[in-house]
Design a protein. Structure first.
Length: 365
């Protein structure tokens, strides 16, 4: 039967192989990075003691208490530790300094110094933000995403695009999975036709291909939008089910995942340039160490979020049948082709994704 509703035990078995692979890879890399991270923190505390303190303001766009918000606050704390307290970053909740959709414009002008945000909100201004978030049917876990970003050269492409807006980009963390979270059962893609779905960036394009109506709203406004019926569902990271209480206002979560999603730290270039060279280097390079540790926390919370939502009976999971997944992959290839046609730089980025998926044995074709 199409779209058979599964229980928690089935879903755990279905995803266990990929989860074990991701966790094993992450733990191995994080052990090495933790040693380096600890050494740098110890040295920085000794070297920087007694020097002037620089203060930054940082806008977090995610709902308080959510896993992505945690990523932002942990980044701020990590940078402060790495600099021995010479750079203190004060974080602000959603909307305190700027609305989520205004972050890039405000950062470009230097209204504040940094933001923990989601690049999919800014693809109209910076198309390369599609690449930073993660393309549908792309990397399936954080280890794969990290490899593509840092080792395959994707980070240079995205940074070049943001630099044109006086912004320095660095990736920070990734959710375990992102898929349709709805108030109605989705047994096939056609069930989504005409439905209002909160979707941003590449997800909005994906929705249009399916036939649903994409609605772009910040994650911090999603709970009320679902409760009031402004939207019928959302393409949303699984960690948000419990962290932001989305499980209270939806009934179903679709499997398997469309993609893993990633957040970002955006920094005003002028603020970065004003830093002493040693602190500037830590801000630009230290994120890689902080990111690995907090991403492990993020993945753990993501997994627990879905399991708990199913356990308490507030959300049921539905696994789409293979014939629907084939349709989804065909839409994915068309989307990748459209993105590659935007500009030579976008083509270069999409080509990196294509080759990465070939290397992983999961080519998009």
């Amino acid at each position: 039967m199409l779209g058979k509703i599964n229980n928690l035990e089935f879903n755990t078995k279905l995803n266990k192989k990929m989860e074990d692979k991701a966790m094993k890879s992450l733990k191995k890399g994080i052990f090495v990075i933790f040693i380096i991270f600890s050494m740098v923190m110890s040295l920085s505390t000794i070297c920087f003691a007694g020097q002037d303190v620089i203060k930054w303001k940082m806008q977090i766009v995610y709902p308080p208490g959510s896993a992505p918000a945690l990523m932002g606050t942990e980044w701020a704390k990590g940078i402060e530790k790495l600099t021995g307290g010479r750079l203190k970053i004060q974080t602000f909740p959603p909307g305190a300094l700027a609305g989520a959709l205004q972050v890039v414009n405000m950062l470009e002008k230097g209204v504040f110094d940094a933001s923990a945000t989601y690049g999919a909100l800014y693809t109209g201004l910076i198309p390369e933000a599609y690449l930073e978030v993660g393309l549908p049917q792309g990397p399936g876990d954080y280890a794969e995403y990290r490899d593509l970003m840092y080792n395959k050269g994707l980070i240079e492409i995205v940074r070049e695009a943001y630099a044109e807006h006086n912004i320095f980009f660095t990736p920070v963390g990734a959710d375990k999975t992102s898929n349709f979270t709805t108030n109605f059962p989705v047994h096939r893609l056609s069930d989504l036709k005409g439905k209002k779905i909160r979707a941003v960036g590449i997800f909005a394009k994906y929705c249009q291909k399916i036939g649903c109506v994409p609605v772009t709203i910040p994650g911090s406004e999603l709970y009320m939008a679902l409760k009031l019926g402004t939207v019928d569902g959302a393409i949303y990271g699984v960690s948000g089910l419990m962290d932001t209480k989305i499980h209270e206002v939806v009934k179903y979560y679709s499997l398997p995942t469309i993609q893993q999603i990633a957040g970002s730290i955006l920094i005003n270039m002028d603020s970065l340039k004003k830093l002493p060279p040693d602190i500037r280097k830590i801000v630009k390079e230290g994120t890689r160490y902080i990111n690995s540790d907090t991403s492990m926390q993020y993945l753990t919370r993501s997994e627990a979020s879905l399991h708990e939502a199913v356990r308490i009976g507030s959300v049921k999971t539905i696994t789409l049948p293979e014939e629907e997944l084939i349709k989804s992959r065909a839409l994915t290839k068309a989307l990748w082709d459209e993105l590659a046609a935007i500009s030579p730089r976008m083509k270069k980025g999409v080509d990196l994704y294509r080759q990465h998926m070939i290397d992983l044995g999961r080519p998009i074709k």
